[in-house]
Design a protein around this ligand. Sequence first.
Ligand SMILES: *[C@@H]1O[C@H](CO)[C@@H](O)[C@H](O)[C@H]1NC(C)=O
Ligand SMILES: *[C@@H]1O[C@H](CO)[C@@H](O)[C@H](O)[C@H]1NC(C)=O
Ligand SMILES: *[C@@H]1O[C@H](CO)[C@@H](O)[C@H](O)[C@H]1NC(C)=O
Ligand SMILES: [Zn+2]
Length: 385
Amino acid sequence: MKLYLLCSFALVALSASSFDVHTQHFINDGQDSSLVPLLDLHRELVERNSVTGSEHNISRYLDAHLRAIGFHTELQPVIDGRENVFAYLGHKRETRVLVTSHIDTVPPYIPYERRGDTIWGRGSADAKASVAAQITAVKRLYDERQIDEGDVALLFVVGEEKDGHGMKTANDLGLSWESVIFGEPTELKLATGHKGGLAFTISAAGIAGHSGYPEVGRNAIDILVQGLSALSQLQLPGSDRFGNTTLNVGLIEGGKAANVIAQNASAVVMVRIASDDLDGIKTLIQHAVTTASPWLEIDFLSPGIPPVPIDSDIEGFETVIVNYGTDIPSLKGSHKRYLYGPGSILVAHSAHEHVDVADLSTAVDGYERLITQVLERPRPILWKP
Ligand SMILES: *[C@@H]1O[C@H](CO)[C@@H](O)[C@H](O)[C@H]1NC(C)=O
Ligand SMILES: *[C@@H]1O[C@H](CO)[C@@H](O)[C@H](O)[C@H]1NC(C)=O
Ligand SMILES: *[C@@H]1O[C@H](CO)[C@@H](O)[C@H](O)[C@H]1NC(C)=O
Ligand SMILES: [Zn+2]
C-alpha cells in the first residue's frame, strides 16, 4: 500500500510537469480538474498509432502506465511481437470480474485533436475511450476502497478489428470470471446483444476479348452485376430480438480497360446476421447467386457467427442492440457478459471519429456502477473437488 501511494504521487508529479500546457488548458476552460488524469490517459492512447498489427507501442505504454498507478501487470505475447496487457490489483490474479477492451484500431491513423469539448482522432471512440474510462473507473474504486484485490482485473487485447486473435489468445491465461465487462462504443447504453457476421467473396469467371466483338467473350463485370443485383433483392431472415439481417457490398474489382471484355470481376460482401439460422442464410445466398449466373462462385471467408445475446440484468441503464461484431464470442467460459462504452459506433471507423469529453467522464461512472452492481451479487458456489 505504501509503495502504491508513492507511485501514484510520483505519477501526478510527472504528469503535472510534462503536460503543463494541457493541464493549463483544461483548467482555463473552467473544466473539472479531476478529469485531467482521464483526459491525459485518453490522449496518450490516441496519440499512439495502433492500427491492427502495430500495437506494440501502445501495449508497452499501457503496461508501464498501469504499473505506475499501482497495478500488477503481465504482457501476454500474441503473435509477431504483439502483446495483450493483463493487469490486477495486489497479488490475486484470479478475480471475480474482468473489465476488457481492445487497443487496436482500423486504418488509417488520424492524429489526436481536441476542439472544445470534443476529442477527435482514430480510436478516440473505438475503443480508446472505453480503455481510458475503464482504467480510471477501476483505479478510482480501488482508491475509494470500494473494491479490493481479487475483485477486478483489466485486459486490453490486440487484433479485435481483424480476427480477434488477441482475445482468442487470452483464453490461454488460464482464468475464469463470474462476469466480464466489454468496452465498445454503445453511446453509454447497455447492449442486450449484437448481430452476428458472415463475409464472402463473389467472383465471376469471364472470357477476355475485343470489346467490339462481345460475342467472342463473356464479360465478368456484367455477370458480377447480375449476381449483386440478385443479392440486393434477397430477403434474408431476421428476428424480433436482433432486427433485420443486412448486407453490404464493401469492395469490388475487375476488368482491365474499356476496350477489353472483362475476364475477371469480384466483390467482397459482409452480412450482419440477425437470425440464428446461419446455415439457412448461407443456402439462400448461394442459391440466389448461382441462379443469377452459372459463372458466379461464392467463397465464404469464415464459418460465420450467429447473433450474440448479451446480459443486461443491471439496473439504471438504457439498453440497445448493436449491429457490429465484438470480441465477446472469442472469450470462452460461462461468465456473464456485458457490453458498454462511450462514443458512437456511427462515427467509429470513419474519418470524423470523435468522442465528447462529457461522455468519457460519464463512462467512468457507468463502469463503476456496472462493476459494483456485479460485485454485490452473491458469489456463486464453486464445486471444486
Ligand atoms: C513506436 O514508437 C517509436 C518510438 O517512439 C516510434 O519511432 C515508432 O514510429 C512507433 N511506432 C508506431 C507504429 O507508432
Ligand atoms: C481470372 O479468371 C480466370 C477464369 O476466367 C481464372 O482462371 C483466373 O484465375 C482469374 N484471375 C484472377 C486474378 O482472378
Ligand atoms: C427492417 O426491414 C423492413 C423492411 O425492409 C423495414 O421496414 C424496417 O424498418 C427494418 N427494420 C429496421 C429496424 O431497420
Ligand atoms: Zn471496437
